[in-house]
Design a protein around this ligand. Sequence first.
Ligand code: HEC
Length: 453
Amino acid sequence: MIENPPGAPDERRKRRPVLETATMVAASLFGVASAASTQDPAAPTFSRDVAPILQQSCQVCHNENGIGPMPLVEYEQVRRFAPIVRARVENREMPPWHLDRTIGIQAYKNDLSLTDEQIETIVHWVDAGMPPGDPARTPPPIEFPNGDAWQVEEALGRPPDVVVRSTPYTVLANGQDQWWNPVVEFAGFDEPRWLEATEFKPSFPSGKRVVHHGHALYQKPGQRATSIPLHMYGVGKIGGDIFADDTGMRIEPGPAEIAWSLHYFPIDREVPDDVVEVGLWLYPPGEAPERDVAGEVRFVVDQMQGHPRGVDILIPPHGYQILESVHVVDRPLLIHSFRPHMHMRGTGMSMQAVYPDGRREMLSSVNRYNHNWQMAYYYEDDVQPLLPKGTMLLFHAFMDNTSNNPINPDPDVWVVRGQRGVDEMSHAWVGVTYLEDEEYARLARERAGQGER
Ligand code: HEC
């Protein structure tokens, strides 16, 4: 501790700026307003500038019933969290959007990410002392569906035609990952039917916290090899899958089964008898859409196809691994979504197309992957990758087992492939609609006519 020297007056004057700077740093670190800055007339206000941004990009999760840890709706709710809101927004940690914004396709249906100006507005507002503004200017509140509601019902205006349910499973309070794979009978239909939309709904509120990911597969009794992915879900994937116009998932008539694959993760308290539901919205009987969607198809990114080593994940302590795989598209197809899946060492995955004429295009690169967010990126209709037969899909997965990776549970161990979150996995779930040759040719002509891509 340095004692304050008596010091001459001019010396004290010299010290003052340092003190002021320290106060300003404290102000910005802790979101404390200095008297001068609250008078900033150009400062954004909550009601006019900040509330619309929160409505657009935050409240779908940060409402009373949402998956976010706290609501960000009322002024007072936001003010309390202002410093951490500022930090999460400035670092682009919130809203979750882990896509590289500098390369690849940028138009996605579920993009909630903020523009640089919106980030600047929030930062400026916090630094200016969080002025509330005129309450009369606050935009009318958005009505959010009850946490237990079907989101597709909101969009399509009708409840699911069929709901399938997993059997109850009690998630232990503590421990490692838990898996539950019940097979449940499904009466089936008398004629071929097509699905228009599907949604995976963990129970509310506990199920939304313990279900890490889950799949519901439709199959003929006992025939796993021919199963169809009704819905593939991962934590952070919100809403359902609504297929494009005149596109549906074909379900053959006759008895069937739903094979569940549920991956639970404990949350420090027991969750008894958890049940997951999948809602199915059908096209009317006798109505066949033009195109059949295959749903999310798995493209493995951890195998050297044809090489004897096969499963190839092996990450040294404090080391990295990059995995590459190539899949040749044997039928023309349209891609509607991209959802990388890795575990805690995964930090990025990209998907490129190498067209038959040799042209190479980065489609999407998720360069800030985070295992806690199994998000799907849904392409806007007019930029959905349209691939001719013979295109190569080229995937790269990036693994970081060093201590630079903030969610690495243990950089001192070797990491191999495995089911647990602490082991690794690497594949992409790609939403695919296979096309007939004529359909491909028609869409390609349409795109060319629009001067697309
Ligand atoms: C898709 C859902 C979703 C959206 C959209 C979203 N959040 Fe979050 N947010 C979460 C979840 C879940 C968590 C808790 C897990 C975590 O911290 O990543 C969280 C955590 C946070 C935290 C940290 C809370 C704490 O106490 O640690 C802040 C701050 C935050 N969000 C602010 C925002 C803001 C501001 C926006 C909009 C600009 C936003 N979020 C958009 C889901 C979301």
